[in-house]
Each structure stands twice: as structure tokens, then as C-alpha cells.
Write a protein that binds this ligand. Structure first.
Ligand code: GLC
Length: 471
């Protein structure tokens, strides 16, 4: 199949969150299955041309945009069997991927530019990700040249829908006729993609069920229920060649499920690097990600002092809401040697935290899939999570599944429930039941590669093509 992806961020070129990891590894997994895959991503100004060998120029097109035309250039490269096409325009590329008042317009133009480039060689499937690429779905659905192309839309996070003024529709040539869900003069790109796509998917089976309810539906649960028969839940994989404690170039010592000695060295090195007291017996808890509501930052903040009192050490890497950043700075300053905070994103340090921690904390309020828990399992770091979305699908509580579990989980979004899960984890860690190394080995041996999920995407694409033919 000829498959075209469009996404705002694609690792390793530009990364803000998990979307980049998926858009940067699923195409390669599909290519490995023999498919012809092309990935479109905006040419953000931070992308390092020299490092990735991106040519200085590419084919150009004049793309209709409002009353005028925008000149777009499409330099491209090939990585691990998939073509990566950068969509270059001064109107789109900036220093940050998101966060500008005209994001809605930037991304609408991105979608229009991808459409223009597809008209010459229509793919079998156009697969758009999240709200930034969402308008590509209705655009492709109505383009004559793309009559034979099926459309797929993947929701990585329903909380961000790209709601904006209906003016953007006119800019890219879409009809303004409203969806029931849109307000007057409002456009909701994500809703439009959900309504128009041949198939819709999200990144875990549990989240696919959750978003049909008002609690997780973010106002779109009604629309999603209408699309229920075409809604797929496919759990994300990770790039297990990249995330591999046996080879990871960013960590000080390598290890495997059978020979875990290197993990102790990674832990000591992490304690040293981040200013924690170097103590092999102190359980180290890692936190990596955005310090925002979704990730349960209020629960983390509430539980942290207690965790430190219990003898735990905390290593936090992330950025987020300023109020929380301030609280965490204060906590880290008070707990020297026990809590370490790095505000920012540092991919190499992230790998050292995955490798050097004993536990990984993810008390999310909601979690479409979550990749941190999958990476930590791969590094033998035991996840402690709230049982929602993809976390519920991938982490199985050790106390509930004796001899089979791979982590600890809790249900209610409450500090007490989170603390209880941590308490149970500490108890296991210190008690002499199943040896910790055996538990770790089991976690490390789980298969969270793309192999199984990439095949399910192929099934979904076949269903999308069938739906398109029937239409
Ligand atoms: C978003 C979601 C996260 C998911 C990722 C990749 O960042 O919040 O749960 O893992 O997308 O699909």
C-alpha cells in the first residue's frame, strides 16, 4: 500500500511530545512490512538540516491560500525505508512547533500544502494525526484527484482540538457549513476529521472506549459514538532499537534482562549526575514529561514530600505550567540530595533517567497511550501508574496479577490512592518475595515494539479502503 502520513512533529527532527515518537517510528515499521510510506512534516526552523542531510531545496509549488497563493518547497530525505517530506514556507516554519496566535492558520496551510503535493501521485491511504493535520482529511475527501484515496485520522490527544475561527476554512477552500458541534463562526478541525475520515483511531483500546463517554470525550463523545463502528484502538509501540539498554549510547553502562549489573551502575551515575546522595538502597523514582494537569502533576506534587520521607529519591525532568514549575523548584531546593529537578527537555538525560531509576511515576488524569511506561518497562524500571487509557492496557498490577504483573496501578484520582500504590511498590522492593531481578527481567522481556500494532494499522487501512470504495 502507498501510505501518506501528516503530522506536526516527527522525531528525531522536531519533538514536543509522544506524537513525534509515533510519527517518527510507525512509518518505518510499516515500511519494514513492505509498504511505501511517505511522511509530511512542517519544516520547523529548529530542524537541523546539516545533521539530517536535508537538501537545501526541493520541488516547489504555488498553493492556493485565501485570495492569493503561497509558495511551498518540499525538500525530502529517506530514513529507514520511509520518505520524509518537509513542507517549507515562511508562513509555517517557526522556532516552536506550537504556541503562536496564528497556529490554526499555519497548520491549515500545512494541510493545504500536503494536499497539493499528493494530487500528482495519490496514495492508497492518507493518514492524518491530531488536530494540526486534521483539515487534510476533509480536504482529501473532497479532492477529485484523491477520489481513490482512503482517509484515516488518529487522535493522540482529544484535549487539543484546534478550535478556531471559521475563517480558516475559507483560506483552504473548505465549505463553511457547520458541524452540529461547532459554534457560530467556529471551526473545529479535530471534529471535522472525525466526521469525515473513512476510519478513526486512537492510541490504545481503553482510550477508544473512554472517549465515547462524557468524562473523557472532551465534548466530542456524541460525534465519536456516531463513528463507533469505524473507531479503532491501536496501542502505540516504541522503537525498541532506539530504546535499548543493551546499546543505548547515552547511558554509562549497558545491561540486559539476563545480566542486570549495568543497571546498578546507571543508578549510581544518575544519582551522582543529578546531585542525589549516591545510595544503592534508596529507591529512585523517575518522572519525565510535561508538568501539566493531564499528567497528574497535582497528585505528584501532593505525594512527593511523603515519598521523600519514606526514603525515596525523586528525579524529575520536564517543563510545564509555571505555577507547578515554581512548586517543584521549591521542593527540590528544600530536599537537596533527595529530589532533583531539571526544567526543560533533554533527550539524553531522559534515557539516563529511564535506565537509572527503580520506578517510573505516571499518575495521569487521562492518558491516550503514554510512552514513558513502555520505555521504562524496556529499561527494567517498574511503572507506577493510574489505570486509565493506555496505562491501563499496558501496566498490570503486581498485587492483582501475582507472578505476572509488571508494575503498580491505582484507580481513583486521589493522592491517597497514588500513595497506596507507591507504598505497595516500596513494600515489594524491600521485602523478599519474588526477587526484584526476576520482576525486572519479566518487564524487560515484554514486547512493546511496533510489530503487532503496525499490522493492525494495515488492517485498519484495508478497512478504510473498503469503506472508501463502498462510498
Ligand atoms: C499524546 C498522548 C499520549 C500518547 C502520545 C502518542 O502525547 O498524550 O498518551 O502516548 O500522544 O500517541
Amino acid at each position: 500500500m502507498r501510505i501518506t502520513f501528516a503530522a506536526a512533529e516527527v522525531a528525531p527532527y522536531a519533538k514536543v511530545g509522544g506524537l513525534a515518537d509515533v510519527a517518527g517510528s510507525l512509518p518505518q515499521a510499516l515500511a519494514a512490512l513492505g509498504h511505501d510510506v511517505r511522511v509530511y512534516v512542517p519544516y520547523h526552523r529548529t530542524i537541523d538540516e546539516a545533521k539530517f542531510g536535508i537538501p537545501a531545496s526541493g520541488r516547489t509549488r504555488s498553493v492556493p491560500y485565501g485570495a492569493a497563493h503561497a509558495r511551498i518547497e518540499y525538500p525530502e530525505i529517506t530514513r529507514d525505508g520511509a520518505r520524509v517530506v518537509f513542507v517549507r514556507s515562511f508562513r509555517i516554519g517557526r522556532d516552536k512547533v506550537y504556541g503562536y496566535p496564528d497556529d490554526a492558520k499555519r497548520y491549515a496551510l500545512f494541510c493545504r500544502a500536503v494536499l497539493a503535493d499528493l494530487a500528482d501521485g495519490p496514495p492508497d491511504v492518507v493518514h492524518a494525526h491530531d488536530w494540526h493535520a486534521a483539515l487534510l482529511v476533509p480536504l482529501a475527501a473532497k479532492a477529485r484527484e484523491l477520489r481513490g484515496s482512503a482517509t484515516a485520522f488518529t487522535i493522540h490527544n482529544l484535549a487539543y482540538q484546534g478550535r478556531t475561527s471559521a475563517d480558516v476554512l475559507r483560506l483552504v477552500g473548505l465549505a463553511r457549513s457547520r458541524l452540529a458541534i461547532e459554534g457560530r463562526d467556529e471551526a473545529n478541525p479535530m471534529a471535522r476529521a472525525i466526521a469525515a475520515a473513512d476510519v478513526v483511531s486512537t492510541v490504545s483500546e481503553r482510550y477508544a472506549e473512554e472517549i465515547l463517554t462524557p468524562e473523557f470525550g472532551e465534548g466530542l463523545d456524541g460525534l465519536l459514538r456516531e463513528r463507533r463502528d469505524d473507531l479503532w484502538g491501536i496501542t502505540n509501540g516504541i522503537d525498541t532499537n532506539f530504546f535499548d539498554p543493551a546499546r543505548d549510547p547515552h547511558i554509562g553502562a549497558h545491561y540486559t534482562a539476563d545480566d542486570q549489573k549495568g543497571k546498578a551502575a546507571c543508578k549510581a551515575a544518575l544519582q551522582k549526575e543529578t546531585g542525589l546522595s549516591v545510595d544503592p538502597a534508596a529507591p529512585v523514582f523517575g518522572v519525565i514529561g510535561r508538568l501539566v494537569e493531564q499528567k497528574g502533576v497535582d497528585l505528584l506534587t501532593a505525594v512527593a514530600p511523603w515519598l521523600l520521607e519514606k526514603g525515596g529519591q525523586l528525579v524529575v525532568l520536564g517543563t510545564g505550567e509555571p505555577a507547578y514549575e515554581a512548586k517543584w523548584r521549591e521542593l527540590a531546593a528544600k530536599a537537596k540530595g533527595k529530589a532533583a529537578l531539571t526544567l526543560g527537555f533533554d533527550a539524553a538525560l531522559a534515557q539516563r533517567i529511564y535506565a537509572g531509576s527503580d520506578f517510573f511515576l505516571m499518575p495521569s488524569r487521562f492518558e491516550p497511550c503514554g510512552l514513558g511506561q513502555l520505555i521504562s518497562l524496556r529499561y527494567g524500571t517498574i511503572p507506577i501508574v493510574r489505570a486509565v487509557g493506555g496505562l491501563a492496557d499496558t501496566v498490570h498490577d503486581l498485587d492483582a496479577h501475582a507472578g505476572k504483573g509488571n508494575g503498580f496501578s491505582f484507580g481513583k484520582y486521589e493522592a491517597a490512592a497514588f500513595a497506596d500504590a507507591i507504598q505497595r511498590a516500596l513494600h515489594r522492593y524491600r521485602a523478599d518475595g519474588e526477587p526484584w531481578s526476576a520482576l525486572r527481567a519479566r518487564a524487560m522481556r515484554e514486547d512493546h515494539s511496533w510489530t503487532a500494532s503496525a499490522k493492525r494499522y494495515v488492517e485498519m487501512y484495508a478497512a478504510a479502503s473498503k469503506a472508501r470504495r463502498a462510498a
